[in-house]
Design a protein around this ligand. Structure first.
Ligand SMILES: *[C@@H]1O[C@H](CO)[C@@H](O)[C@H](O)[C@H]1NC(C)=O
Ligand SMILES: *[C@@H]1O[C@H](CO)[C@@H](O)[C@H](O)[C@H]1NC(C)=O
Ligand SMILES: *[C@@H]1O[C@H](CO)[C@@H](O)[C@H](O)[C@H]1NC(C)=O
Ligand SMILES: *[C@@H]1O[C@H](CO)[C@@H](O)[C@H](O)[C@H]1NC(C)=O
Length: 346
């Protein structure tokens, strides 16, 4: 039985590879619609990507041969990544999607995809395709996450990350490399940053709201400055990371019981003694942006940087704007700072 299913799936993919999926057939008697082109959700949530089938004709066989296929478009739209294939009772999910997606099938024309426990990497464009005999119909729906984009450069300093390092750097900070759309939304929200960083499509860009000399010129329009696609192995830049809701508690410890500040190692230890971990940069940005966290005290973070989040701008904290303030990557032995901790909820 299992062998039969895999042969059926194999022949399905063979047929499809001979038949370019983006060529639409005007004579098709079926169409699909995704109602809302865009679904906005958050990390940890469940979400449904709608897809409905319309048939011109009564299908005498009740669509028993109908195949439903969901794929995800890669960040540069050059590839399709398999998510789920369904033929009657036979369903298969792929890769990271295994066990997290299923078809809603509220009625016989419902091809909606239900996601549980949305992850940061799930954002992107998904294609719903229905194949019924000779008929084939597709539509695309976009899954977006609410969250925050932040620029990142490591202890080594500015422009030290190739694309692969950039992916790891974001992951280590509880984030993922931002997409063009995410950076663009952040720019519309006022984000201005004059260092170029990787995006997940392999391009390098930076957002400017206040044009000025060193950031593309005085007499240029505000916008995303685009260096284009760069060599993923050899080009070195910063990165724009994206993170979304977390399930946990983010908090600050000022000092030990004697009022003494921490070295980096003592900060790790202090969080640990409370059953928490030293917080990651992405967690500070998420707490600041999504929860309005405000603490005018510089504290260690997991990457060895020292920062503090300000939501209510005020004198001596961050007078002109709400921001996560960056103090630097001080000597880890300096006993000068507090600690930011993160305690996950399980
Ligand atoms: C994400 O966080 C924001 C801010 O706390 C909250 O309004 C929203 O409901 C959260 N979403 C999910 C799915 O947890
Ligand atoms: C998501 O769905 C699963 C079942 O598939 C359920 O157990 C879980 O509570 C849901 N989570 C949220 C945040 O609604
Ligand atoms: C940009 O403006 C600054 C200050 O107004 C000026 O000093 C500088 O020469 C200008 N640069 C260019 C390239 O126009
Ligand atoms: C606090 O001070 C007391 C007395 O000086 C010392 O014994 C103790 O080890 C100190 N605790 C910490 C956490 O530094």
């Amino acid at each position: 039985m299992i062998t039969l299913i895999s042969i059926a799936l194999l022949s399905l993919s063979l047929v499809e590879s001979l038949d370019p999926v983006f060529i639409s057939d005007d004579t098709s008697r079926i169409t699909v619609t995704t109602e809302q082109a865009k679904i906005i959700t958050a990390r940890g949530a469940n979400a449904t990507l709608p897809c409905r089938l319309d048939r011109d004709i009564e299908d005498a066989f009740g669509g028993t041969n109908m195949r439903i296929k969901w794929t995800k478009l890669s960040p540069d739209y050059s590839k399709e990544i398999d998510v789920l294939v369904s033929m009657g009772f036979h369903k298969k999910t792929y890769g990271d999607f295994q066990g997290r997606v299923y078809l809603q099938e509220a009625d016989e024309n419902d091809a909606s995809l239900v996601f549980s426990e949305i992850r940061l990497e799930d954002f992107g464009k998904y294609k719903c395709e229905v194949i019924d005999g000779m008929d084939d119909a597709t539509d695309v729906v976009s899954l977006e996450l609410e969250g925050v984009v932040f620029p990142y450069s490591p202890r080594l300093g500015r422009y030290n990350l190739n694309f692969h390092d950039a992916k790891k750097a974001c992951k280590d900070q509880d984030a993922t490399v931002a997409s063009f759309d995410q950076l663009y939304d952040a720019w519309k929200g006022g984000f201005d940053w004059c260092n170029a960083g990787w995006l997940n499509d392999g391009s390098v860009q930076y957002p400017i709201t206040t044009p000025r000399g060193p950031c593309g010129g005085n007499n240029t329009a505000p916008g995303l400055r685009n260096y284009g696609l760069r060599d993923k192995d050899r080009s070195l830049y910063d990165v724009f990371c994206f993170t979304s809701n977390f399930t946990g508690r983010f908090y600050y410890i000022n000092s030990n019981i004697n009022g003494t500040k921490f070295t980096y190692d003592e900060a790790i230890q202090a969080c640990h003694e409370e059953g928490a971990e030293i917080a990651k940069v992405g967690q500070m940005f998420a707490a600041w942006k999504l929860l309005g966290y405000d603490q005018c005290d510089a504290g260690w973070l997991a990457d060895g940087s020292v920062r503090y989040p300000i939501s209510n701008p005020r004198r001596r904290c961050s007078p002109t704007e709400a921001a996560v303030r960056f103090v630097g990557f001080p000597d880890k032995k300096h006993r000068l700072f507090g600690a930011y901790c993160f305690q996950p909820f399980y």
